[in-house]
Design a protein around this ligand. Structure first.
Ligand code: PMP
Length: 454
């Protein structure tokens, strides 16, 4: 076997990870992942892990080691690796068409390289429309408490997770927070119409700010890093109605849910939403290449195309690496795999199985306060007391994650992402998973809960 001790030392000495990791690396070796196949990865010491979070952050949707994606990328790179996206490319044009075919009502695709960048592009679209159509009014963008939209300063300005933002201010002006829609932590106590109330809370903010100042709202279809928050009943219909009423663009951030994670191509498609802008990244090419998309309706695009003064076309966005052909080449093959292997159907079936198994954990362990999810996108919220719903300390969440890791199962958690609720375990296995793997994942969590909570 190979000796990777030099690699481990190079990583420890020179790579900048999460700072919390570096503290750990004083006592343990850095984890260096060197290989992946299907749902498994191997670290530099030869230890095998079952990956229940698709590359740590909901990304490797079709699993590791896909030769046909590697082949498609290689073929494309040899033919043409790059040209600025002022020109078209074969995979760029073809993937745009394939994508739009899955998104009735949408029309235009702008390519860039990360979810943050895709969101920034969306915000710039909103701002440009505000300047050109509304004389600078309607420039504000609403975002929701507990949602996350990226790493850049402006993406963070639109993020509702205090702890993530703590040391990065001042933020970009013009972003306004609206309340979350976590029914488990309802702001109105128990009620039958929580979804409507949570949506009306958005309207209140709009009225307070002045509808003529608000251009758009950005929302995750299911809040991911903020705790896998599935929307309450009636929520989306009402949100859509409010957006229409005040002429506010609806921007859905599908960076996590996009490309099959919840059993449909996009999360919003479960809820009958008609977005104006959709952004996506992680699962677009399952991590085989860096690619993100900002997708708009033709109506949004027409603000630019039909601008009589031509002032909107003057400011031309060219994302250098948006012209990389590896991204759309990988994305095309990724999408073909999802279709050919009927993975959306697998997600629906396996997701239903997983959530049932997680409910069994809830029956067994008092610490499990709530189980939520859609498709292969599930959260297990841990509490000290089911009545008070007091969240467990993040050290408990982390101990469970670490214990699963020692059992060879990688799970995720909301820890350290924001102030109060660092208490939700996150599961998002690859769309290819079977009951055997799900059983192994649930068994590991079961063991960890038994050990840590007894
Ligand atoms: N939006 C959401 C919902 C995300 O979860 C993330 C990443 N975790 C992003 C945007 C940012 O994507 P990226 O890290 O590719 O910039």
């Amino acid at each position: 076997t190979n000796d990777f001790s030099e690699v481990i030392e190079n990583d420890r000495a020179h790579v900048w990870h999460h700072i919390s990791q570096h503290k750990r690396y004083e006592t343990v070796d850095p984890m260096v992942i060197i290989e992946g196949k299907g749902m498994n990865v191997w670290d530099a010491k030869g230890k095998k892990y079952l990956d229940a979070v698709s590359g740590g952050v909901w990304t490797v949707n079709v699993g590791y080691g896909r030769e046909t994606i590697a082949d498609a990328v290689r073929e494309q790179l040899v033919k043409l690796n790059y040209f600025a996206n002022s020109a078209g490319s074969i995979p760029g044009a073809n993937f745009a068409k394939s994508l739009i075919d899955k998104m009735p009502g949408m029309s235009r695709v702008y390519y860039s390289n990360s979810g943050s960048e895709a969101n920034e592009k969306a915000y710039k679209i909103v701002r440009q429309i505000a300047h050109n159509k509304y004389g600078g009014k309607k420039h504000k963008i609403l975002y929701r408490d507990r949602d996350y939209h990226g790493t850049t300063i402006t993406a963070l300005s639109s993020t509702g997770q205090l702890q993530r933002k703590a040391q990065y201010g001042p933020f970009t002006p013009g972003f306004v927070e609206v309340p979350h829609c976590c029914e488990y932590r309802s702001q109105y106590g128990e009620c039958d119409d929580y979804g409507i109330k949570a949506a009306l809370a958005i309207e209140e903010v709009i009225l307070c700010e002045g509808p003529d100042t608000v251009g758009a709202i950005v929302l995750e279809p299911i809040t991911a890093g903020g705790g896998v928050i599935t929307p309450p009943e009636g929520y989306w219909e009402k949100v859509q109605e409010i957006c229409k009423k005040y002429d506010i663009l609806l921007h859905i951030d599908e960076v996590v849910c996009g490309l099959g994670r919840t059993g449909k191509w996009f999360g919003y498609q479960h809820y009958g939403i008609k977005p104006d802008i959709v952004t996506m990244a992680k699962g677009v090419a399952s991590g085989y290449a860096a690619i993100s998309c900002t997708v708009t309706t033709e109506e949004v695009f027409n603000h630019f195309k039909n601008d009589p003064s031509d002032s909107m076309s003057y400011f031309r966005d060219i994302s250098t690496f948006g012209g990389c052909t590896a991204g759309p080449a990988a994305a095309l093959e990724n999408m073909r795999i999802i279709e050919e292997e009927n993975l959306l159907e697998n997600v629906t079936r396996m997701g239903a199985y997983l959530i049932d198994r997680l409910y069994e954990l809830k029956d067994k362990h008092q610490i499990v306060g709530d189980v939520r999810g859609k498709g292969l996108f599930c959260g297990v919220e841990l509490v000290v007391d089911r009545d008070t719903k007091e969240p467990v300390h993040e050290s408990i969440t982390q101990a469970i994650v670490a214990d699963c890791m020692s059992q060879g199962v990688i799970i995720g958690a909301t820890n350290r992402s924001f102030t109060e609720f660092n208490n939700t375990l996150c599961l998002s296995p690859a769309l290819i998973c079977s009951k055997v793997e799900l059983d192994e994942i649930v068994a590991a969590i079961d063991n960890a809960l038994t050990k840590i909570c007894s």
